[in-house]
Ligand binder design. Structure first.
Ligand code: GTP
Ligand code: MG
Length: 171
């Protein structure tokens, strides 16, 4: 058959934001993980959309592993940044990590698209995706395409819309 175009995507965000759960949604049934635990270091996962084959670098969000993110900036074609929209106390920490990513030379020198998931929208304390983007000051990102989707990684709500946007940017 015809080989799909391939894209490397770096999946980052704080620990417990839902990165591994989101990637799991996109994997085909036979490869789905039924027992998701906090990621140690990182894991490489593969999944496909209609027009792209993705290799996802599912990074751990724990503080002690966040230094690993930068090792993949050079080879990634896109970024998925996951925010726990119910964790208001740590949105400032997520913003600091985003700022560090954006000012890294390997990220500055390329125009990679960034997809944000305002995840856990099902929780009572969740802020809207608009509020999330205000708190993260996403409007300051001017040299890259970005998009934010409210999501619920447990039910899958919002995930397909987000990955479709990213696919359109990369294909
Ligand atoms: P690290 O690997 O430690 O960086 O975390 P992670 O970002 O990969 O988070 P993970 O996918 O392991 O999810 C953390 C917890 O949040 C799990 O218990 C998930 O079931 C839960 N979770 C993920 N997404 C959602 C969501 O949209 N809503 C709710 N209610 N829970 C979620
Ligand atoms: Mg994980």
């Amino acid at each position: 058959g015809i080989k799909k175009k391939e894209a490397n995507v770096l999946v980052v965000g704080l620990d417990n934001s839902g990165k591994t759960t989101i990637i799991n949604h996109f994997k085909s049934e036979e490869y789905k993980n039924h027992d998701i635990v906090p990621t140690i270091g990182f894991q490489v996962e593969k999944f496909k959309t209609k027009s792209l084959s993705f290799t996802a670098f599912d990074m751990s969000g724990q503080g002690r592993y966040r230094d690993l993110w930068q090792a993949y900036y050079r080879e990634c074609h896109g970024v998925i940044f996951v925010i726990d929209s119910s964790d208001k106390l740590r949105i400032v920490v997520a913003k600091d990590e985003l700022d560090a990513l954006l000012k890294h030379p390997e990220v500055q020198r390329k125009r990679i698209p960034i997809l944000f998931f305002a995840n856990k929208m099902d929780l009572r304390d969740a802020v809207s995706s608009v509020k999330c983007s205000q708190l993260m000051e996403l409007e300051n990102i001017r040299d890259k395409a970005w998009h934010i989707c409210a999501s619920n990684a447990i039910t899958g709500d919002g995930l397909d819309e987000g990955i479709q946007w990213l696919t359109d940017q990369l294909k």
